[in-house]
Design a binder for this molecule. Sequence first.
Ligand SMILES: CC(C)(COP(=O)(O)OP(=O)(O)OC[C@H]1O[C@@H](n2cnc3c(N)ncnc32)[C@H](O)[C@@H]1OP(=O)(O)O)[C@@H](O)C(=O)NCCC(=O)NCCS
Length: 211
Amino acid sequence: MSTPLIVIGAGGHGRVVADLARAAGFEVTGFLDPSPALRGAMVDGLPVLGDDAYLASAAPGSVLLANGVGGAGKPEIRRAVFLRFAETGHVFPALVHPRAHVSGNVALAQGCQVMAGATLQTGVQMGANALVNTGAVVDHDCRIGAHAQIAPGAVLCGGVTVDDGAHVGAAACVIQCLRVGAEAMVAAGTVVIRDVPPQARVAGVPARTMG
Ligand SMILES: CC(C)(COP(=O)(O)OP(=O)(O)OC[C@H]1O[C@@H](n2cnc3c(N)ncnc32)[C@H](O)[C@@H]1OP(=O)(O)O)[C@@H](O)C(=O)NCCC(=O)NCCS
């Protein structure tokens, strides 16, 4: 019997992650969510098992975890959830949708998520808890740091580096060999033609610092 997998967070991202994990062949047994409104509820056919306290009685090896907390609004919560449980020995397997295209020459760290329709070309590296969302394109030799997110439909041309915790917004494009600094935010639809400094917020075509 395979090790069961629990998704932390039963909101929109969590539901997509549950679908992803099931499509990737994991036995998903339910969600954890702190919302009182969801206590005992069924979400997309899976039970909400309780809140984080549910894991207090689960030995780290007895269950796998998936991070179902989205990060567009509050990336720090997504990061904190991953670190809290990874540091206590819980395992977050890398999850790759069977209808993503992932080169055989890609390195995926613990807890990476690659959603349906995404493309990861040769030489790509993803750090822990990084996310490449639906239909995003990550071309050859890109490096995506820990906890970073590439939103739906975004395009990273070859050799781009996205540092830890940065967010590349939906349908944004980063041209080749640039660097998006740690914790930076690239707004949806932006075209990045120069490096983005750490923690900067940029938007527009071409990208400019947001006021
Ligand atoms: C960048 C972003 C975080 C800004 O959100 P915000 O702080 O609430 O900013 P506001 O909506 O108040 O907009 C502030 C200004 O930036 C502009 N702006 C916001 N988003 C923009 C975008 N994507 N492109 C160009 N300009 C943008 C607004 O027009 C506004 O300009 P103004 O001051 O001249 O009126 C948000 O717009 C965004 O793009 N988020 C990414 C969404 C995403 O990728 N989702 C994927 C989820 S998986």
